[in-house]
Write a protein that binds this ligand. Structure first.
Ligand SMILES: Cc1cc2nc3c(=O)[nH]c(=O)nc-3n(C[C@H](O)[C@H](O)[C@H](O)COP(=O)(O)OP(=O)(O)OC[C@H]3O[C@@H](n4cnc5c(N)ncnc54)[C@H](O)[C@@H]3O)c2cc1C
Length: 480
């Protein structure tokens, strides 16, 4: 009867490919009319517009390795120089200190010289080098921990916009152990986070040097030259070659036990039986599908909150942008106010995303307060006002696009790993069901792909009659 994979995002596609590669008959159903989930690219008037991810980390190799396996090595591209990023501070763009790791400085001098912090603020941060360890075994918010060790200005101006922005969750709610477990290790091994940051810099430079072939020389972030949906197209072709039955525009409505396997009822009313099901849709969907058969798992799944991610893309004629745009974009700390948390200068960051005479901007809406409940037109107006004021732009944009991912962006809040462990435990009550996807062990594409591979192995082990509990390491989750 084979395996049913629910969801045709990167997780479902990667899992289906892994299963079919092991000779298992696979049916993949995707509720939307197209495959890719949050990976979605639009091409219009020479512009390449990413509605979801625009890149992935090369230092976590799963995505680069998959691209290579799919024959896309020559399409991998790195970001353009200079790689400067700015922070808006009191209305002005201040360069982020060079050599900043995820939040800690990996080089001392640029941090000592930065205009982002006053001398008293820097002296407060320096106290970290003499402070004892403060972490207890329990999970804690990233913001709480960093505030205590390094002071509030670092949290508000760097950690908030960088880590909180990337994970779509305020840093004062974000789980240290799920998102940056390296900070716990850093304190344990070095006591001082500043000393740990410098040591991490040495490690990072080594990791970049050891990237898989095909990504060397490309920098930490990598994309695909024609757009991110190239990865989806290549995966779809690979599934075809491996005989996977792919059905789009068809959702799973209910799952019930059928002997040792599963009976799935689909949105077209049809019913089919499978040996196992791999649910690669977000946790709220899995919660609904498991509600009747494993209510314990369903309520554990509902414990993972999901927020809304919204991107506004704007294009302007270059001649109407006063700012020189030397770099990759700017981040906006919450204290600066407004709906926008970050703006990527896409046309400057990547080659080939816009004609030379056009500037393409990718603006992230803050997932805090009521911003994400505003209608698209108001968010587009807020994004325009932010970009036009910050970058000195005049006149109407050439193009405006709003991409809204409502209620499907997982929030890794304090206690996330305990919630995932509870879900793992509860789902053992129905061994024919395995979960994968960004809700659990990493939101970045490389983590989704390695999570999908691990889930496929678990399905194979269960079909083979073994226990199949693989040990998966929750890792830091990195997105561009
Ligand atoms: C705006 C934005 C920017 C991002 N930027 C980056 C980045 O630069 N780098 C990076 O690494 N990551 C980034 N991410 C994160 C990354 O894109 C996601 O974590 C990842 O794509 C999630 O993949 P997934 O397959 O787990 O889930 P999804 O892509 O959500 O796929 C799940 C699929 O399941 C389908 N589905 C739901 N219910 C059913 C059902 N009942 N039956 C059948 N199908 C169903 C859905 O239609 C969907 O297609 C970004 C995300 C967003 C939203």
């Amino acid at each position: 009867m084979g395996v049913l994979v629910v969801g045709g995002g990167i997780s479902g596609l990667a899992a289906a490919r892994a299963l079919a590669g092991d000779g298992v008959p696979v049916t993949l159903v995707e509720a939307a009319p197209r495959l890719g989930g949050k990976v979605a690219t639009e091409r219009v008037d020479g512009l390449v517009i990413e509605r979801g991810p625009d890149s992935f980390l090369a230092t976590r190799p799963a995505a680069v390795l998959l691209a290579r396996e799919l024959g896309l090595a020559d399409q991998l591209v790195g970001t353009r120089d200079p790689r400067a990023v700015f922070i808006r501070h009191r209305g002005r763009l201040v360069p982020m200190p060079e050599g900043l790791g995820l939040v800690l400085p990996t080089r001392a001098m640029p941090f000592a010289r930065t205009r982002l912090f006053s001398l008293p603020e820097k002296l407060r941060m320096a106290k970290d080098v003499v402070w004892p360890r403060i972490l207890r075994p329990d999970d804690v918010a990233v913001g709480t921990f960093l505030r205590e060790r390094l002071g509030s200005p670092l949290v508000e101006r760097l950690a908030g916009p960088l880590v909180g922005g990337v994970y779509g969750t305020p840093v004062d709610e974000l789980s240290l152990d799920a998102v940056v477990p390296t900070l716990r290790t850093a304190e344990r091994e070095h006591r001082s986070l500043l000393f740990a940051g410098l040591a991490d810099g040495r490690r990072m430079r080594a990791a970049i040097a050891a990237r898989p072939a095909g990504a060397k020389g490309l920098g930490a972030f990598v994309s695909l030259a024609p757009g991110m949906d190239t990865l989806i197209g290549a995966l779809e072709a690979s599934l075809g070659e491996r005989g996977v039955d792919v059905r789009t525009g068809l959702g799973v409505r209910t799952l019930v036990r059928a002997g040792t396997g599963v009976a799935a009822r689909f949105t077209d009313g049809s019913l089919d039986r499978f040996d196992a099901v791999l649910i690669a849709a977000p946790a709220p969907v899995a919660a609904t599908l498991l509600a009747d058969e494993v209510p314990g798992a369903s309520s554990a799944l509902r414990g993972i909150p999901h927020g809304t991610s919204i991107l506004v893309t704007l294009a302007y004629p270059r001649e109407r942008v006063a700012h020189p745009l030397v770099g990759h974009g700017y981040l906006v700390p919450a204290a600066e106010g407004g709906a926008i948390s970050a703006c990527t200068w896409t046309s400057e960051k990547w080659s080939g995303r816009a004609p030379d005479d056009t500037v393409l901007l990718r603006m992230f809406v803050r997932d805090e307060g009521a911003w994400t409940s505003l209608p698209d037109e108001e968010l587009a107006a807020a994004a325009r006002a932010d970009a036009e004021r910050t970058l000195g732009i005049s006149g109407e944009p050439l193009l405006v696009r709003v991409a809204r991912w409502a209620g499907s962006m997982p929030r890794y809040t304090v206690g996330h790993l305990a919630r995932v462990a509870a879900i793992d435990e509860a789902t053992t009550a129905w061994p024919a069901v395995v979960l994968a996807g960004s809700s659990y062990r990493g939101v970045g594409l490389p983590d989704c792909i390695s999570g999908a591979d691990a889930a496929a192995k678990r399905v194979l082990a269960r079909l083979g009659g073994r226990d199949g509990q693989t040990v998966e390491q929750p890792g830091a989750i990195a997105v561009g």
